[in-house]
Design a protein around this ligand. Structure first.
Ligand code: MF3
Ligand code: CO
Ligand code: CO
Length: 263
């Protein structure tokens, strides 16, 4: 595989896909509360993507083969100590739970991929802080994006914010190039050294999607072949945006209508 550079027309389609994915998170926000099941959230997102957006939920039936069942649902719902790729099901959210909802929409052949943390009722002080620091770490990485910067600059910026706040960065999962293909080159590590790695050029599109743990960085894959949890059962948080490298910096393709980028 190699890194694809999107043409202006492809960049326009990526923005359409990104905005579609972002709108799903805006739609689902008021539904995240104690008592709702993750399957109910999945159904609402699935119906919205298919019926309102006329898109395709990319996770559904994705990534089978090699002895693993394909992902069986349309979104990922990762609750509390689940790091990523949680499978929606009949478990109800309880007051104080945190949940990452990860949405990937295909529109006109292109993918938009974004996720954010939500709280069911009032979170603990730790849960709120972990979630806010993870969001800050994602934006610290995104703000490094410009032509001439290197992937290590992004990873380093993310890692600095995480570790300065006493949290650890998950190493086994990373961001990725994205376009007509859901997961393409390059890999976007959320740790690294400044001035190292691939040099960014205009027209690249990729995700920045750090996973931070309140405890140790180690993770474990559950026997369902998808659900990733922290080994020490500490809380985990993740935020994700799809970004475009522009001539002067970056454009966040999955920015929500009401969302502000921190400085
Ligand atoms: N949306 C996830 C990502 O950010 C990937 C989910 S793959 C799935 O890359 F199969 F678990 F849905
Ligand atoms: Co992604
Ligand atoms: Co995602």
């Amino acid at each position: 595989m190699s890194v694809t550079i999107k043409t202006p027309e492809e960049q326009r389609l990526m923005l359409e896909a990104g905005r579609a994915a972002a709108s799903v998170l805006s739609m689902i926000a008021p539904h995240v509360k104690p008592g709702v099941t993750t399957e109910a959230l999945n159904q609402l997102c699935h119906d919205y993507i298919v019926n309102e957006l006329k898109g395709i939920p990319a996770p559904l039936n994705y990534g089978g083969g090699g002895g693993r069942q394909p992902f069986p649902k349309s979104i990922c719902t990762s609750v509390n100590h689940v790091v990523c790729h949680g499978i929606p099901g009949e478990k109800q959210l309880k007051r104080g739970d945190t949940i990452n909802i990860d949405v990937t929409v295909i529109k006109d052949g292109f993918h938009g991929d974004t996720s954010q943390m939500f709280y069911a009722g009032e979170p603990s002080v730790l849960a709120r802080r972990l979630s806010e620091v993870t969001r800050e770490a994602m934006f610290a990485g995104i703000r490094k994006v410009r032509p001439g910067a290197r992937l290590g600059d992004i990873g380093y910026a993310v890692q600095q914010v995480a570790e300065a706040n006493g949290y650890s960065v998950v190493r086994e999962y990373c961001g990725h190039g994205i376009g007509r293909v859901f997961h393409e080159d390059p890999q976007i590590l959320h740790y690294g050294r400044p001035g190292t790695g691939l040099e960014l050029v205009p027209g690249m599109t990729f995700t920045v999607e750090p996973m931070l743990n309140a405890g140790r960085q180690d993770v474990r894959l559950l026997p369902d072949g998808w659900t990733v949890v922290t080994k020490d059962h500490s809380l985990s948080a993740q935020w994700e945006h799809t970004v475009l490298v522009t001539n002067t910096g970056y454009e966040i393709l999955t920015l929500r209508a009401d969302e502000k980028v921190p400085h």
